[in-house]
Design a protein around this ligand. Structure first.
Ligand code: AMP
Ligand code: MN
Ligand code: MN
Length: 324
């Protein structure tokens, strides 16, 4: 018996036991929803419906559902967060901490069974059952294990949603582990249109995106001495330059900034509303970003983490620089 795998197997069995007998389940996705949280939520919701379970699915506001994610199968069934009732069994998918559920976190606290399905190393386990495996590239991988454990056959809709989580959280398989490739192959075999969904989820932007990226790249600063000489590059997307776009369109800026050869760490400060910032950090291989994110009240993975901040651009940048 493998001792490292045992706790995950046990958590997986507990999750399946509770879900297989629950008459009704509430599935919750994190705020500023990405393809992994929405894909995971939609896939588990569809599998439960197949078992005859009543399901409600929502994500924490105040942000809107990104246009690309609204095209995923079943997305039309996502409720506005204020319309969520809250069943005794609540499932949170891809939430590094309970705070990422914003106002919906109260439903986790009042649930009889709160099931946390996640792959963030910073997740301390805020549920009554925690199926948290930091080895997984994405939460969708863990949801697939649950669907298999429940004995539900993965159909094209579920496969599309799982593929969405895998392809985005592995950066189009750039850092995917072998298991992610195997899952992708299985989903493509079910019939997923990989080319279409990769383009929709990762390679489609409005024309105004180009101007926003231009302003962000113009703001970039390189500090080669930071992180013991490993280097830091940062850029700013202020409210004005992103005003014509929806919030998710600035999410990809960090993927451009982090290509800087002279910097191990890349950071993008994004001003969603005046004075309110979300900060995305990426490291290449050597710097652990989790302690930095946690110190600022956020979380994430070793090489990809984030947090929220408030103030002027100069203030949030200065505060960040003083902490590293
Ligand atoms: P992002 O830069 O928004 O793509 O986030 C990178 C990683 O950090 C993702 O895995 C997020 O789930 C996590 N993350 C970002 N912001 C927060 C936050 N405020 N609290 C906890 N985790 C976060
Ligand atoms: Mn996510
Ligand atoms: Mn994820």
């Amino acid at each position: 018996m493998s001792s490292t795998k045992a706790p995950f197997d046990e958590a997986l069995r507990s999750v399946a036991e509770v879900l297989s007998v629950a008459p009704a389940v509430t599935v919750l996705c994190h705020t500023r929803p990405d393809a992994d949280t929405i894909g995971s939520g939609l896939a588990i919701a569809e599998a439960l419906r197949r078992l005859g379970t009543a399901v409600e699915l929502s994500f924490a506001g105040p942000t809107e559902l990104p246009t690309a994610l609204a095209q995923l199968p079943g997305a039309d069934l996502i409720l506005d967060s204020k319309d969520v009732v809250g069943h005794p069994v609540v499932v949170a998918v891809d939430c590094a901490s309970i705070y990422r559920l914003e106002a919906l976190s109260a439903l986790v606290e009042s649930a009889t069974h709160s099931i946390v399905i996640d792959h963030h190393i910073s997740n301390e386990g805020f549920g009554t059952i925690n199926y948290v495996d930091p080895q997984a590239d994405c939460t969708a991988e863990l949801v697939l294990s649950i669907i298999d454990e429940l004995g539900v056959t993965v159909d094209l809709d579920m496969a599309t949603c799982i593929y969405a989580g895998v392809v985005t959280d592995t950066g189009s398989f750039k850092w995917g582990r072998p298991k992610s490739h195997l899952i992708a192959a299985r989903m493509l075999d079910v019939g997923v249109d990989g080319r279409r969904w990769t383009r929709t989820l990762l390679d489609t932007h409005r024309f105004a995106w180009l101007a926003m990226v231009s302003a962000a790249l113009d703001s970039a600063v390189l500090i080669e001495s930071a992180f013991d000489g490993r280097g830091l590059v940062y850029a700013i997307v202020d409210h004005d330059s992103a005003a014509a776009l929806s919030w998710e369109e600035s999410e990809s800026v960090v993927d451009i900034v982090r290509t800087t050869a002279e910097a191990e760490v890349a950071v993008v400060f994004k001003e969603g509303s005046p004075g309110q910032w979300t900060v995305s950090m990426r490291a290449k291989s050597e710097v652990d970003l989790v302690p930095i994110a946690v110190a600022h009240g956020g979380g994430g993975h070793q090489l990809a983490a984030g947090f929220g901040a408030s103030g002027t651009a100069a203030e949030v940048v200065r505060h960040f620089l003083a902490s590293v």
